[in-house]
Write a protein that binds this ligand. Sequence first.
Ligand code: FRU
Length: 522
Amino acid sequence: MKTSRKLFLLGPLILFLLACKEKPKENPAVEKTQMEDTFYTEAYRPQFHFSPTEKWMNDPNGLVYHDGVYHLFYQYYPEDIVWGPMHWGHATSKDLVFWEHKPIALFPDENGYIFSGSVVVDEKNTSGFGTEEKPPLVAIFTYHNVNGEKAGRSDFQTQGIAYSIDNGETWEKYQGNPVIPNSGIKDFRDPKVFWHKESQKWILALVAGDHAQFYSSEDLKEWEYMSEFGKDKGAHGGVWECPDLFPLNVDGTGEEKWVLLISINPGAPNGGSGTQYFIGNFDGTTFTTTQKDTRWLDWGTDNYAGVTYNNIPNEDRIFIGWMSNWQYATDTPTENWRSAMTVPRKLSLQNFGEEIGLVNYPLENLGTILKSEINRDIVVPAGAEETLNFDHFNQSEVRFNTEAKDLVLTFRNSMEEELVLTMDNAQKAFSLDRIASGKTGFQEDFGSKIQQMPIPNLQEKSNEVRILMDWSSIELFINGGQYVMTAQLFPNAPYTELQISNPSAASIELNEFEVSRAESIW
Ligand code: FRU
């Protein structure tokens, strides 16, 4: 055979072999699913929220910004749509709106499953894993040793580290793992690490059952215990998980406060999992607060284990939460993947009268995928109602300003299923009722109760209401994130009708009532 003919035949074979070699073998799911027509169009698949291509996901992990890229790692089980041996899945974004799936970053090893944790950019190469010119990314996570757990031991969770010198593409585990052993605390996990400029040290916050512990280090390998917080503070209806500690300026004052986020499961105000926060001070060693009450970042049932980005330019605090609840996380009616993240939200501290509150609100970038389709003022006479039709509220944003303090918004579909949101002035409460919203019977707690959120400090004048609704979720923000509720929904058909009811004795106005279509990010 002529050489050129041989090459002609061999060429495609060589190309095919090369292509096979380059495939991210750890995550065949990404490529397989992408080729199918159904890619990201399955029932309930979120269109503008992050969800894995397939299989089980829970907490966001290792949120870090580096070299123009936002990384999102997440608790991932690539074999099933229920929780299992935990890996770190990985995705990246340039704008926190569109995401690119990456191969799995961390796999379980002889020390255990890879539970939640964080990633830092080791700028000064304190760990020695990279160079100062090419600083390493270092992941700090919990090892969960199932054999230890099965054997009835209490020291089966330890902290380990891994590093990447190619901007998170590939990871090496540290040979000296674990870096923080366990002295016999059953729930000992979820390290969040950050660089503390004032003391020129790494600070690590983790949870130990009913409290948080703080450690410090100079090289991310040797850790020294410093202090603990919280045995007698805040909510204790369940185990503490996923801490985060960071400073924020109080808006408009320049005063700095430290915020400690603690997820708790169970014990959230509307059942199951939820995230509380403490506002206080951190002096490099100890976190203190004078806060007496328990505060919740989000009053809905489905925002858990959320943490913030490390290494963000201009000190913005960007938060992502897991949009589910351990009460029913493994039962929700999706088929080849399970659960999604909240939209990325900016956290800030704001003064509300006497009180400083932690506010969370979608990033402005989200506006790039929102296309306004309805925008007008709406007047609803006393005791009356107005109905708006839109072909797909389940992929939209609805927002308006109103002085009304009594208001009912009902989203309805062709099957008479409805989601009811009520602002009740007498009770100073906002409620979210998903009891008849669609599929609810997959687990007893999902549709059993109306979710309640106290709204004691509304503005006298106009208040802003903003709703982001995707195919299986709603995120509600009042006054730029002063009051927030996030919940999953599984309607049997998209909501196409929105009824605005005015239960009060005077007519109400909803100004600049705007409905925007959200474009799909997939
Ligand atoms: C929170 C959590 C973490 C743990 C991880 C395990 O949802 O329970 O405390 O590290 O999930 O997947």
